[in-house]
Every structure is written in structure tokens, then in C-alpha cells.
Design a protein around this ligand. Structure first.
Ligand code: SF4
Length: 83
């Protein structure tokens, strides 16, 4: 079963999935694009990358997340098109 993104991220390029364990690694590494939900503490992209630096940070947090809860939907679509 596919894991859904948290509701703040739906239909955006970079998304945090519902499997986030709120470890804080991503929003500490990339505070210009990620933050934690005020009540539920999970991470979400409050802004999509608009600069080259933010794009690099978004790519980095994908690999930083210990539970693979951050995805680039463009990358996923490219993989599906190659199958
Ligand atoms: S790094 Fe992953 S698990 Fe940690 S807060 Fe960010 S999305 Fe959640």
C-alpha cells in the first residue's frame, strides 16, 4: 500500500510522507523549506524550493531522513516512466 504524504504537502514536488517520526533532522538541516507541524510535530514542506540552494537542501534531506519519509515526486515519476 502506498504511504500518503502529510496533508500540507499534497500535490507538490517535494513531500513528507505520513511515516515521518519527527526526528527533526530535516527541518534543522533545511529550515528555509521545512518545519514541524505545531500540534502533531511531523515535518512538512512549508515552501517548495525556489532557489538552487533550497533545491540542493531538498535533495539532501531525502538522504538524511532515517525512515525515507521524504520524496521527490518528479524522481518517482521518472522511475515509473522507465518501467
Ligand atoms: S528527517 Fe524524516 S523522520 Fe525526521 S523529521 Fe524529517 S521527515 Fe520526519
Amino acid at each position: 500500500m502506498e504511504i500518503p504524504p502529510v496533508k500540507e504537502n499534497i500535490n507538490k514536488r517535494f513531500m513528507v510522507l505520513a511515516t515521518c517520526i519527527s526526528c527533526a533532522a530535516c527541518w534543522k538541516h533545511a529550515p528555509s523549506i521545512l518545519k514541524s507541524h505545531e500540534v502533531d510535530a511531523y515535518a512538512f514542506f512549508y515552501k517548495q524550493p525556489e532557489t538552487q540552494l533550497d533545491l540542493i537542501l531538498a535533495m539532501q534531506v531525502i538522504h538524511l531522513c532515517p525512515v525515507n519519509a521524504i520524496i521527490d515526486s518528479m524522481e518517482k515519476n521518472e522511475e515509473e516512466n522507465q518501467v
